[in-house]
Design a protein around this ligand. Structure first.
Ligand SMILES: C[S@@+](CC[C@H](N)C(=O)[O-])C[C@H]1O[C@@H](n2cnc3c(N)ncnc32)[C@H](O)[C@@H]1O
Length: 200
């Protein structure tokens, strides 16, 4: 199960801590996690905001999150099975968000530019985007080398895409380093950044 890997939990904790420090989630905020998985980050952020919409394309991941919500009696997380890489994605009710974030999801989305433009349309003026993902990597981070993913992101390239999507004040921090045996069996360090920006 996803949550039983201590490496994933440690990374999610680091993402949540950096997100809280950089974006100061507040009790009046509507937040959205794109690619929430089992909610490792979402469960840390939800107590700090008004409502959190947690979307993912995996029913299995969302089922785990649903069970956490049920067993802990959480009332402000709304999970949704949605694909944000789809241009026709719509929400059940009209919403704009003060904070949209993702953790280790952007590299799974083929059209980075299209995804960024889409989330900007969902963001309220003055709202923040925070993206945690891998720095450009050697192509061996994922266990299945044939998986179609971006091999991390170059900071300059991602800044250009964020600006082109209408985001300003793009800033990066290195927030964590994953130390893992890669698909070649070589123990390698993979730094993770948190990239933040604002819709002016
Ligand atoms: C590496 S997992 C990260 C999960 C979680 N954010 C965490 O930090 O533990 C990436 C997640 O993104 C989801 N995902 C991939 N493509 C997506 C898309 N187009 N829209 C929404 N979620 C997506 C996957 O199903 C998966 O749950």
């Amino acid at each position: 199960m996803w949550d039983s890997d201590p490496r994933r939990r440690a990374l999610a904790e680091a993402v949540a801590a950096a997100l809280i420090a950089r974006c100061t989630p507040g009790k009046a905020m509507q937040a959205l996690e794109a690619g929430c998985g089992t909610g490792l980050v979402t469960m840390e952020i939800a107590p700090l905001v008004k409502e959190l919409t947690a979307i993912d394309t995996s029913p299995e991941m969302l089922n785990v999150l649903q069970e956490k919500i049920r067993s802990l009696g959480v009332s402000n997380i709304e999970p949704a099975l949605l694909d944000l890489s789809s241009p026709s994605v719509t929400f059940e009710r009209e919403k704009s968000f003060d904070l949209i974030y993702s953790s280790m999801t952007l590299h799974h989305i083929g059209d980075t530019a299209g995804f960024l433009k889409r989330i900007v349309t969902l963001l309220a003026p003055g709202g923040s985007v925070a993206i945690a993902d891998l720095e450009s990597e050697d192509g061996h981070f994922h266990d299945n080398p044939d998986e179609e993913v971006h091999h991390g992101f170059d900071r300059t390239d991602l800044t250009s895409l964020m600006n082109a999507a209408g985001l300003q004040g793009v800033s990066f921090d290195t927030i964590y380093t994953v130390n893992k045996k890669n698909s070649e069996g070589k123990t390698t360090q993979y730094p993770v950044f948190l990239c933040t920006a604002i819709k002016e």
